[in-house]
Ligand binder design. Structure first.
Ligand code: FPP
Length: 248
């Protein structure tokens, strides 16, 4: 089992925890540039941060953690950076999958997958298969993911069912729509964290974050710590959520 910092975990009131936290892990490149390093060094450092945050999520018994690893727009980056990210992703899965499994993590991938190298696709499928019966943290890695793309894919699946005569257009409900999203069966996002100073959603979980609370920090992802993650969870616990209604 992953060791835990009992003092840190004790700071969190478990009754006020979000069920689903999503993270935009931004700032790897800027962090590296500021240090005279290559952007790739920032991504490598970002993987270490991810491991620490996943450990903390496991130890806090968070229900779902979703991270933005590669967006549908990230293909526009220089081929050398895309290539580096692909290798980093596959090394990460190869190296960490057993340890994740031993910690009862259930991994899932959100996004398209089909444009990844066949060997990476196989590794992704094998990782899902390995952890499919685990009951701990639902760890969603968004890879070749875009919120608009996910919504279009869901709409296409529903349209096919309508065309096949299985479904009437007027019977399309929010629930039926959600059942076609990559996150089907998971709770909506309660808390969205973005590191490194920018204040935007960047096409991440557009449907699922409809009522999410947001937490922004200037800290670049490679320097984001479990302590700051816990700060965000504690801050979430103090928010009043009304979901469009009036507070009591
Ligand atoms: C944003 O930083 C980060 C990414 C586009 C990739 C995130 C990837 C990782 C944290 C590591 C790989 C993940 C896995 C699951 C292995 P940026 O490059 O946009 O930084 P910048 O905004 O400073 O340029």
């Amino acid at each position: 089992m992953w060791e835990s910092d009992a003092g840190l975990l004790a700071r969190v009131d478990r009754d006020k925890m979000p069920r689903h936290v999503a993270i935009i892990m931004d700032g790897n490149g800027r962090w590296a540039n500021c240090r005279g390093l290559l952007r790739s060094a920032g991504h490598t450092a970002g993987v270490k941060t991810l491991k620490n945050i996943l450990k903390t999520a496991v130890n806090l018994k968070l229900e779902a953690l979703t991270v933005y690893a590669f967006s549908t727009e990230n293909w526009k980056r220089p081929p050398s950076e895309v290539d580096f990210l692909m290798h980093l992703f596959s090394d990460y899965l190869e190296r960490e999958k057993l340890e994740m499994h031993q910690n009862n993590v259930r991994i899932k991938f959100l996004g398209r997958m089909e444009d990844f190298a066949p060997s990476l696709q196989k590794l992704m499928r094998d990782s899902v298969e390995l952890m499919k019966n685990n009951t701990g943290v639902k760890f969603n890695v968004a890879a070749d993911y875009g919120g608009q793309d996910e919504i279009i894919r869901a709409a296409q699946k529903l349209a096919c069912r309508v065309k096949a005569g299985e479904l009437l257009p007027e019977n399309i409900s929010a629930q039926l729509f959600e059942d076609e999203l990559d996150t089907a069966g998971q709770p909506p996002v309660d808390l969205m964290i973005r590191t490194s100073g920018d204040l935007r959603v960047s096409n991440f979980l557009l449907w699922q974050a409809a009522y999410a609370e947001f937490w922004f920090t200037d800290t670049p992802w490679p320097e984001f710590t479990p302590e700051e993650f816990v700060d965000a969870l504690i801050d979430f616990g103090k928010r009043t959520r009304r979901f469009g209604a009036l507070s009591n």
